[in-house]
Each structure stands twice: as structure tokens, then as C-alpha cells.
Design a protein around this ligand. Structure first.
Ligand SMILES: C[S@@+](CC[C@H](N)C(=O)[O-])C[C@H]1O[C@@H](n2cnc3c(N)ncnc32)[C@H](O)[C@@H]1O
Length: 228
């Protein structure tokens, strides 16, 4: 998400914020391409942190363009993968990017929201999301749904950039809920999860009109606290 300024004729910051929350219409493809590029380091951290065992059922929430999903569903240990995103345009892009897995039935992509997941209880061994939690106005509703669809031994991986990194982007003033690592750990704990590990990585340095900065990627691993 390297959209630090308006220097590339980006529309106003509020519009960028709205598009990142739910890419749609004429700007959707351009926003998705920026997200793919800027969020790649965070995707790699989450991918490397996922503990994928034999015959795992995996859920991704807020997959965006789905450009990198193949690096998860093509793993031999991935039995099946589902994705949920509430943007029509992102579902269409992700379908185009993952046609092979959709045809084979290994992947299903659903237009839906994480506050009302269209899955039975105890469906998944692993759920993850990257760069999505900022848009959950009531995180407890989304987390209770994730808790419900995870199997008793299931794990939820949250990929995000902490507040200090996100504040490099002026559009985060518009309706983003930003978290420090400790903040998100507390939210998870308040909602029945226990954090079992947190991985950190510094992204490659970015240059915005001569202004250099470096983002931090975080992947927090949380387990269900009880076997419900
Ligand atoms: C900033 S983009 C991140 C996309 C991708 N995960 C990445 O890392 O590049 C946020 C994505 O989450 C989706 N999203 C946001 N809130 C959602 C919700 N409540 N349910 C489902 N999808 C959601 C948006 O439509 C968008 O595709």
C-alpha cells in the first residue's frame, strides 16, 4: 500500500481510504495493483508464519485481488481453501487470478463479510487476513465469527502493520482503526483467543519523493482459548 502522497495524481485521501476499505468501480483495479505491490512483504511474512499441517482447511478474509493466494492453495498440505471478501470487484479479480483452483474445486471465493461468515462451525484449521483489521468497526463481531468457524485446535493469523508504520500514510486519518502490537493482542484476548506467537519483519525501504521510510510487518498467531 505505497500511496503515501498525492504525487501520482491520486484522488483525495478520503477516497483512497474508502477504496482500501472496499475497492470498487473505476479505481478498483488500480488500487488492487498498488495493494499487491505494497503488501507483498506482509503477505510473505504471513505465508512464512502459517503453520500448515497435512490436510488443512484454510480461510482467507479480505483477499483483495487474490494475486498471491496460489502460494497457499497450491501447497500439498492445503486440502481446501476458501476466501471471503465483500467487494464485488475484488471477488472478480481474485476469480481471474485463481481460475485453475476454482475449476478444480480446491478453492472457493465468496462475496461476503467477515461479520457474518457463510460457513458452518468448526470448518477451518487456519484462518488469516492481511491488512484488513483496520476496517472492522466492531472487531468483536468479526472475531466471534472467526472463532466460531475455526476448529477447536484452529489458529487465526493476523497480518498487519502497526500504528507507527501506518501513520506514514496520511489516508489512515480517514476511518482506519490502528493498532499497536499490544493493542491487537488485547483485542484478541478479550475475544477468546490467546496469542501463541508474533513474528516481525522490516519491509524493504521505500522512497516517496526523496523521503525514505521503512514499514514494519507483523503476523500475530492466535489460538482458541477453549475447545468450544
Ligand atoms: C486493504 S485491502 C487488503 C487486501 C489484501 N489482503 C492485501 O493484503 O493486499 C482490504 C481488503 O479487505 C476487504 N474487506 C474489508 N473489510 C471486510 C469485511 N468486513 N469482510 C470481507 N472483506 C473485507 C476489502 O474489500 C479489501 O479487498
Amino acid at each position: 500500500m505505497n500511496m503515501k502522497s498525492n504525487s501520482e495524481n491520486w484522488p483525495d485521501l478520503k477516497l483512497i481510504a474508502q477504496q482500501l476499505r472496499k475497492p470498487s468501480g473505476e479505481l478498483a483495479a488500480r488500487v488492487a495493483s498498488k495493494m499487491d505491490q505494497g503488501n507483498r512483504p506482509l503477505f510473505e511474512l504471513t505465508r512464512d508464519t502459517l503453520c500448515i499441517k497435512t490436510a488443512c482447511n484454510i480461510l482467507e478474509i479480505g483477499f483483495g485481488s487474490g494475486k498471491y493466494m496460489k502460494e497457499i492453495w497450491a501447497l500439498p498440505e492445503c486440502l481446501s481453501m476458501s476466501g471471503v471478501d465483500y467487494s464485488d470487484d475484488m471477488v472478480k479479480q481474485a476469480e481471474a487470478n485463481n481460475a485453475e483452483a476454482l475449476t478444480s474445486g480446491k478453492l472457493s471465493l465468496i462475496n461476503g463479510s467477515s461479520d457474518n461468515l457463510p460457513f458452518d462451525d468448526h470448518s477451518f484449521d487456519i484462518a488469516y487476513c492481511n491488512m484488513v483489521i483496520y476496517f472492522w468497526d466492531n472487531p468483536e463481531i468479526h472475531l466471534s465469527e472467526i472463532y466460531r468457524v475455526l476448529k477447536p485446535e484452529g489458529k487465526f493469523y493476523t497480518g498487519f502493520r502497526p500504528r507507527g508504520s501506518m501513520l506514514n500514510f496520511p489516508f489512515t486519518r480517514f476511518n482506519f482503526r490502528l493498532y499497536d502490537v499490544e493493542d491487537w493482542e488485547s483485542v484478541l484476548a478479550e475475544n477468546g483467543f490467546s496469542v501463541v506467537g508474533t513474528e516481525f519483519r522490516l519491509d524493504p525501504e521505500l522512497d516517496d519523493d526523496g523521503n525514505q521510510f521503512q514499514l514494519e510487518s507483523v503476523c500475530m498467531v492466535a489460538a482458541k482459548s477453549s475447545d468450544t
